[in-house]
Design a protein around this ligand. Structure first.
Ligand code: OAD
Length: 256
């Protein structure tokens, strides 16, 4: 994988880098993405039946079962070299903001701190009425299979229905996280789009905020997204290959 010297120079001079990750960064950990051709979840499931407030109202057990099935996959998965490279990159630039659309915790388990989760966290469900967090058992004994229904638990505080801790289509992003992500994008020197199809708004707008503020933009994605004509550097390959190589090169110039 060829990494241009100019990108390494930009990173060496950078005061602040932003990594925006999407489902593709966890693909090499065995987690399905949403829109990768052939294998994406949205090719097998309909988002309007599983990932909207209306879907949960109509069929809470179907939706809860689907998210529990995905949560089990996350629990079985391990961070991959791309997650670890982001941890290493943090040590090689003065400031790094990690913004993710992912609801898994693989960045944290790799060692990243202060991860900005734009779309919530699958391991942190909460009561749909009083919004109190719901503590889940570490593992559920009866693992729901692909698409099998499972009744959602009741809130221990108010008895209402507990919902998955993710942001659904038609819902707003968490205000605090979104504010942090926008601020980071508007004052960074290098912005990485890693493993995201860059179609879901408002997350997809962040790279344009960064470009508008003069940042160098980098895309790491084996498939085209349409962002190719906007970014400064494009790496059409797996995140687990590209990011460790960028880290290796940057480390070499930093230490050399
Ligand atoms: P997508 O599934 O839309 O895009 C994943 C991208 O990762 C695709 O463009 C793939 O080509 C790319 N990819 C696959 N393997 C890769 C690898 N090894 N290395 C790098 N890239 C790889 O996922 P997101 O962009 O994260 O939202 O999707 C955004 C949001 O849409 C999700 O957060 C979710 C979904 O609906 C909600 O559930 C609200």
């Amino acid at each position: 994988m060829h990494i241009p010297d100019e990108l390494i120079d930009s990173l060496r001079a950078a005061r602040h880098a932003v990594v925006l990750s999407g489902a593709g960064i966890s693909a090499e950990s065995g987690l399905a993405t949403f829109r990768t051709p052939q294998t994406g979840l949205w090719e097998r499931f309909r988002p309007e039946e599983l990932a909207t407030p209306g879907a949960f109202r109509r069929a809470p057990a179907l939706v809860w079962g689907w998210y529990e099935w995905r949560r089990m996959q996350v629990m079985r998965a391990e961070p991959n070299p791309a997650h670890r490279a982001v941890v290493d990159l943090r040590t090689l630039v003065p400031e790094l903001s990690l913004v993710t659309q992912n609801v898994d915790d693989l960045h944290e388990r790799a060692g990243s701190q202060h991860v900005i989760h734009l779309h919530g966290r699958i391991g942190q469900p909460f009561c749909e009425a009083c919004r109190q967090p719901h503590v889940l058992p570490a593992a559920i004994p009866d693992e729901p299979e692909n698409g099998r229904s499972l009744e959602p638990p009741s809130c221990v505080h108010c008895g209402a229905c507990v919902r998955p801790g993710v942001v659904w289509f038609g819902e707003s992003l968490p205000t605090l996280e979104w504010g942090k992500a926008q601020r980071a994008a508007s004052r960074c020197d290098v912005f990485f789009c890693v493993g995201t199809s860059s179609v879901v708004q408002p997350a997809a707008s962040l790279v344009h905020v960064a470009l508008g503020a003069g940042a160098v933009a980098v895309q790491v994605n084996p498939n085209p997204t349409g962002l190719e004509s906007h970014v400064t550097y494009e790496f059409p390959a797996a995140a687990g290959v590209v990011l460790p190589e960028i880290v290796r090169r940057l480390r070499a110039v930093r230490l050399g």
